[in-house]
Design a protein around this ligand. Sequence first.
Ligand SMILES: Cc1cc2nc3c(=O)[nH]c(=O)nc-3n(C[C@H](O)[C@H](O)[C@H](O)COP(=O)(O)OP(=O)(O)OC[C@H]3O[C@@H](n4cnc5c(N)ncnc54)[C@H](O)[C@@H]3O)c2cc1C
Length: 439
Amino acid sequence: MRLLVAGGGLAGLVAAARALELGASVTVLEKGDRPGGSFVYSSGYIWSYRDLPTFRREAPGGDPDLQALVLGRLEEALSWLEASGGVILSRETGNPLTFGARFDPEPTAAALAGRVEKAGGQLLLRRALRRLLTAEDGRVRGAVVEGEGGRDEAAADAVILATGGFAANPELVRRHILRGPGRLLLRAHPWSAGEGFLAALAAGARPGPGLDEFYGRNLPAPPARFGPKLFVEVSQLYGRHAVAVNLRGERYADEGADWSETALVRATALQPRQRAWYLLDAAALRRRVRERSVGEMVEAARRVGGTVLRAGSLEELARRLGERGVPAERLLRTLREYNAAAEAGRAGELRPPRSGEAPVLGEPPFAAVEVAAAITHTIGGLAVDAGCRVLREGGEPVGGLYAAGVEAGGLSAGGYASGLAAALVLGMRSAETAVEEAG
Ligand SMILES: Cc1cc2nc3c(=O)[nH]c(=O)nc-3n(C[C@H](O)[C@H](O)[C@H](O)COP(=O)(O)OP(=O)(O)OC[C@H]3O[C@@H](n4cnc5c(N)ncnc54)[C@H](O)[C@@H]3O)c2cc1C
């Protein structure tokens, strides 16, 4: 059977390698100038929650069948990836809620790409899927492909969409996620602009749950400047040790709502200019998150030109933010209210409430870091079943069309789950279903 895989990120490379093992003839279209997608910028942790109840609790809007698929097949898929040349750095995730392994992204992506080519697959760079071709019965039978040499048609018995969602399309992000004006920073490669998603909708597919959700991080706000290789290093992942205020000087979210701080980043995206200030005292700067201290993360923001202010008192901190346009009086009121509630052990009664630890902001010197919400990938995408078949409005599959990785929506709606695990497990599964159904 002839299989077309659109997208050469982790999901696409895995789907291609697995389909070749199963005897398919495979062409991978990759829009960018290299394979690997966002995987090569990532920390490489491929993980699942430990059990289904935890998965349900952490991503309650997600599809339980897809969650059970990732949970049930991850161990086997990690072994497959290692046997396919993936380089394991650690068999720990460092998070008691999860299990999995950490892979070294660049050599692992290179090994997968090499495996695809060695097995006779074609890996075409700078070639983008623009549209799906369908037969009269609605079955997908190929795609319109655009490359440097122009447009042509590629016939296929099945197409797997592994095109990574629409994080890099500001208009789709405004329509579905921001639901209004604004722009998120992009914490990913620039090629996932929603072409796979839109092509599938045009072929009769429907979106799955969580279309207004995204996974991302708060990054140092402009004028900070940094390239994609610094995405991990400059991420400001310590909201739970800070007090987060918007440009109006108000707390706008529960800083400690979830371990991955996904809710805080999403809330930041809905604030004026998609920005916020993280306010810290000396005790918070000494706290550790994974292998770094908060102070080191703040220093990383400063090194790339981010705005970091220091002050000897809360009054001075408010004054300094006032010079940057934040109403100083209101900010001081916010901080005094927060401190009073934290001191009394009643931070859960604040509006918005503060869950988890709620340290008083009291030990000088103080710091303020300006952050902006950045999108790594969309959470919603195409509705798929547990065989990765893309579904129509009525629940019937679009014949010959499958989706994997970010493009398959609905795994982690309502929260967050490993995007790399979705790429690995759904990549394998989509290939198996496509080959099986082609007979
Ligand atoms: C800094 C950073 C750290 C991360 N850390 C982790 C982590 O530790 N653990 C974790 O689980 N996740 C992590 N992630 C997320 C993870 O990298 C992604 O979820 C995962 O790589 C997505 O894989 P994918 O193949 O579905 O999509 P992508 O990697 O986005 O790949 C999609 C591919 O499709 C191509 N494409 C797009 N449109 C077209 C088209 N029209 N035609 C042809 N090709 C097209 C793109 O060029 C791209 O190569 C991180 C991401 C970043 C950026």
